[in-house]
Design a protein around this ligand. Sequence first.
Ligand code: DUC
Ligand code: ZN
Ligand code: ZN
Length: 465
Amino acid sequence: MKLLIKGGDIVTHEKTTTADVYCIDGKIEAIGLNLDVAKDTEIVDATGKLVMPGGIDPHTHMQLPFMGTVASDDFASGTAAALAGGTTTIIDFVIPSPQQPLIEAYHQWKDWGSQSQCNYSFHVAITWWDETVHQDMKTLVDEHGVNSFKHFMAYKNAIMATDDILVSSFSRCLELGAVPTVHAENGELVYHLQQKLLEKGITGPEAHPLSRPPIVEGEAANRAINIAGTLGAPIYLVHVSTEEAVDAIQYAKQNGQIVFGECLAGHLVVDDSVYQDSDWGKAAAHVMSPPFRPKKHQDALWKGLQSNAIQTTATDHCAFCAEQKAMGKDNFTMIPNGTAGVEERMMVLWDKGVNQGRLTPNEFVSVTSTNAAKIFNLYPQKGAIAVGSDADIVIWDPKAEKTLSVDTQYSKIDFSIFEGMNIVGIPVTTICNGKVAWDNGEIKTQPGDGKYITRPLMQPTIRAN
Ligand code: DUC
Ligand code: ZN
Ligand code: ZN
């Protein structure tokens, strides 16, 4: 399996150079000009294009059983969508039901993940606690290449991790050398506000953001950071969506704490006016948690990315179609939470980040792949264009245009939160494990072609920069 990417400009998180990239059997074998290559090498012409590490989306939920239904993109369709958007690796979540053994849940997800068309890996959620959970975390680390554990501070009476669980689990992560991650929203406050809104007869999607105001996230972000700080553990905040949470991260970093932040492509560009749509279906299609926010929070997220308070971009890809959203027709708390974005993330980041002068192309690479690879200990296997790295590569045409639309997406969902957005700068070819996986609108892979990626434990002092 030999492939030569010829004539492009290589953009990494550090530098931009003009060179060809020679890949053999899924790895980058050589980088340079006038390389000696075997006669049977497939040539991919990248003249006038950029050659960048394939995207890593560190936060997706394919076929997640959630709120009485199952997310509509399964691992086969969701990862095809990822490839169509230049993403070659997803990190999804094993979410055990309370009392379900972690290892059992892990095997269930691993089985589902085996249909992936791009590479996939798993965080595992800690949704309950006892001695077996403590033990199973070590088994997951030692035998299954899991180096990060997720904690939902919201979703009371379902998967919420209370403070006692956070303390036990963060301590265990520290002991093992794994990274604890949190969905930071105060679940007690969300629950309380939801009941109050329903009592007042406010039952539509417009109530969703009212039940989860920014301070609910700010409080939980500060609490998680302070618990981790007290224990001396690192902490990674998923889908940071508010100025309050960015400030909390910034403050902790200034005080020497190891804190990582992730933001979503959707939160960077969509605001909370979507919940006022007079069309119930459209408003409900935007119900996700944390919700979309007033514009000033988007500005804070962009500044967070620019100042390295936030290091990664993700999507929380969790697709639900109109008939699933309709489960909450009379009660907004029953609308399945989730939106899609794995296909659009890199294009949105390029157009609204690089084209708008907010990010350099090298910073774009940092926030779409390299930083996630570093934080979750995949670097330089992934997130790099370097000899010996995996040949997970996206070829990007900075001049080509595309209008994002539900009509042209791979994702199995009947709505796009990015509908009608015109993008300049799009992926034209995605190479995954040294093979052309998507090219000019065509998927070349099959379900099962993606590889399961194990992630070794961290060095205790690892930092993304
Ligand atoms: N938020 C969502 O919107 N969907 C899945 C899980 C989550 O935390
Ligand atoms: Zn979440
Ligand atoms: Zn999520």
